[in-house]
Design a protein around this ligand. Structure first.
Ligand code: ATP
Length: 238
């Protein structure tokens, strides 16, 4: 197992966002978590990235190590977990190239950086064309490509993505998902994504979990979930 999450509890002040969820991800898998607004999807990813505190009793094990011993910056630099947050969070006044380079600040394998930039450009030729453009002036889809590219540059043992399809036209959405599949296949990067677009997520991932109000209520391989009446009714439009 690459990542094992047991009994994950997270609260924001008085609001309980996650009520003790359990899930596992094997190395090389693509796994999705689907759920409605406010189900706790982003919170789950933030807990893995150590961006929100977890409650006592939570156990998270990553490559056999206690993930809770790592701070948010060490999760990226030492464990190779990169997080593409909802809404992208790029440095808007920096160019495409500057954003990509900045993402590598904590990497120790400086010698591989140039070839990784080439790799990002081969996945997203549009970014190469726009490498000197300020990222704040990129289109929404181009910004999403850059967010994925940046995650690839910072570390790529495990990539966790928060609604990568958000705001993308259907064709670009497919481009980004194709690129992620390529990264998964060629680099062996494990991918965990959360999505409101359940159909797309389940077509992309091998396995999925359904999160409802802070509880995981269903899990299974994607083909089975796509055929499950509850999933069809609640998440696939009947
Ligand atoms: P969406 O699909 O709408 O992005 P989500 O499934 O990602 O939703 P979360 O963002 O994880 O849901 O939120 C889970 C719950 O925690 C929600 O009720 C939300 O209002 C609450 N919450 C999230 N962040 C905070 C915060 N910083 N302070 C207080 N409550 C929060």
């Amino acid at each position: 197992m690459l990542l094992t999450v047991e009994n994950l509890h997270v609260s924001y002040d008085q609001i309980k966002a996650l009520h003790g969820i359990n899930f596992q991800i094997q190395e090389g898998e693509i796994v999705c978590i689907i759920g409605a607004n406010g189900a706790g999807k982003s919170t789950t990813l933030r807990a893995i990235s150590r961006l929100v505190p977890v409650e006592a009793g939570t156990v998270m094990t990553y490559m056999g190590q206690d993930l809770l011993k790592y701070s948010a910056d060490k999760v990226v630099s030492q464990l190779g977990i990169s997080h593409v947050p909802e809404g992208r969070r790029l440095f808007e006044n920096l160019t495409v190239m500057e954003n990509l380079r900045l993402a590598t600040f904590a990497r120790k394998d400086r010698e591989n950086i140039e070839q990784d930039i080439e790799r990002v450009f081969s996945i997203f030729p549009r970014l190469q064309e726009r490498q000197n453009q300020k990222s704040g002036t990129l289109s929404g889809g181009e910004q999403q490509m850059l967010a994925v590219g940046r995650a690839f540059m910072s570390g790529r043992k495990l990539m966790i993505l928060d609604e990568p399809s958000m705001g993308l036209a259907p064709l670009l959405m497919l481009n980004v998902f194709d690129a992620l599949k390529d990264i998964n296949k060629q680099e062996g990067t494990t991918i965990l994504l959360v999505e409101q677009n359940a159909r797309l997520a389940l077509q992309f991932a091998g396995r999925g979990y359904v999160l409802e109000s802070g509880h995981l209520v269903l899990e299974g391989n994607s083909a089975d979930l796509l055929a499950t009446p509850e999933v069809k009714k609640a998440y696939l439009g009947g």
